[in-house]
Ligand binder design. Structure first.
Ligand code: FEO
Length: 398
């Protein structure tokens, strides 16, 4: 049965959630499921804003029929061709053969790549408009937020900004569609950050460019393809996006990430955390890279100003899980952090040098002295180094 909601003048939400999904994109754990939004504008012309994921297509088709109430579908704006928003395109074209697809040239090409369909669509680009009657859609190019074909759309009648993947989050919706209907900071922010960082975190410059373009419009609502709709206090999420897009940390404190085989590197991480707390540093966080999903680690690396990497040496390399995490940091272009390093190795500790090599390849990173070098377990020499590193971290934070 249908589940539809009117969210603005003539604009309907037709979304659905998937709570069975284990891994979004077969990569990111979603313990609270995943939501997929799309929207229908009922004007002189009817216009669907994006499609939906295969897992919830049946619900979506029922929702669509319910709102159309026998009218035909005139347009489908395809803002993003990733299949979590597009898998119903073949079915929609069969059911509504007169429907015109409105999309970027690249998206039209991707429809053929994914579905082997050569559609006779309306190609739009930056500053093009489409009049539906009362509502006029204004298109904005948003390449790499999150794929190269992405467009976003502002309805100048309502100020609704259809923002594709931007402003989304992991997690299913529970009936409340609007961010102001839930305790967003407490219950959603961490998953919104993890979503941003992992999905579009790499493309900060592109996100900034889109945010700058939206300044030309009087935007009153943000309607993303995942997560909550924003109709109040838009500045809250926009300020967060400005921060994330410029790799600006939210928290001036230390996150210590450790990769430990027998617990001695973990012990050094905890000893350092205690020393930092004794120095009055609040919100120090310690994370085990072997027990914490890398998407969470990356999200915390974006959140914190100061990062410590503590790693055992393994096969003459950085401990595997730490290595994978550092590669993920590099792949997401994280920049502008202060870094401390702790290495451990029973006969040939080399992980510190190798961590420094990776971190040095990132933009605007400051590596503090000394690198704490442990041979098997902390002793007086390495405890002294740890004390000196704690002092350097404390100084960097003030
Ligand atoms: Fe929600 Fe990039 O797709």
């Amino acid at each position: 049965m249908y589940n539809v909601r009117n969210v603005a003048e003539d604009i309907w939400w037709l979304g659905a959630s998937d709570r069975r999904l284990e891994l979004f994109e077969n990569a990111y754990p979603v313990p609270e499921g995943m939501s997929y939004n799309n929207y229908l504008i009922m004007d002189e012309k009817t216009c669907l804003m994006d499609g939906i994921d295969d897992a919830v297509t049946r619900q979506f088709m029922e929702n669509l029929e319910q709102v159309l109430k026998g009218r035909s579908l005139d347009y489908m704006v395809v803002q993003h061709m990733e299949p979590d928003h597009c898998s119903a395109i073949p079915e929609l074209l069969l059911k509504y053969p007169d429907m015109k697809i409105v999309a970027s040239q690249k998206a039209i090409q991707m429809i053929d790549q994914f579905y082997h369909l050569k559609v006779d669509g309306i190609v739009v680009k930056e500053k093009d408009t489409l009049c539906l009657g009362k509502h006029t859609l204004n298109f904005i190019g948003a390449p790499m937020v999150h794929w190269p074909e992405v467009i976003m759309t502002v309805d100048s009648c309502t100020g609704a900004f259809f923002s594709a993947d931007a402003f989304g989050s992991f997690g299913a919706l529970g009936g409340n569609l609007f961010a102001d209907e839930v305790d967003w900071e407490k219950d959603v922010l961490d998953e919104a950050r993890r979503y941003y960082v992992n999905i579009v975190g790499k493309y900060g410059n592109m996100v900034t460019a889109v945010l700058n373009k939206t300044a030309a419009f009087d935007i009153k609502m943000l309607l993303p393809l995942h997560g909550y709709i924003w109709r109040q206090d838009l500045g809250n999420i926009l300020d967060l996006y400005k921060k994330w897009a410029t790799f600006t940390p939210e928290r001036n404190s230390v996150a210590i990430f450790y990769g430990s085989v027998y617990g001695n590197t973990a012990n050094a991480a905890d000893v350092l955390a205690g020393k930092l707390a004794e120095r009055g540093i609040r919100n120090v966080k310690v994370l085990d890279v072997s027990k914490t999903h890398v998407s969470v680690l990356l999200s915390e690396a974006f959140r914190y100003s100061t990062l410590v990497f503590a790693s055992a040496t393994y096969n003459g390399e950085i401990f595997d899980n730490m290595y994978n995490f550092l590669v993920d940091i590099k792949n997401h272009n994280l920049a502008g952090r202060t870094v401390g390093i702790i290495e451990n190795g029973t006969w040939a500790p080399v992980s510190g040098r190798k961590i420094a090599e990776i971190v040095s390849g990132l933009k605007n990173m400051t590596i503090l002295e000394p690198t704490v070098s442990i041979t098997s377990s902390l002793n007086e020499v390495s405890m002294d180094q740890l004390e000196t590193l704690a002092a350097a971290l404390g100084e960097a934070l003030h």
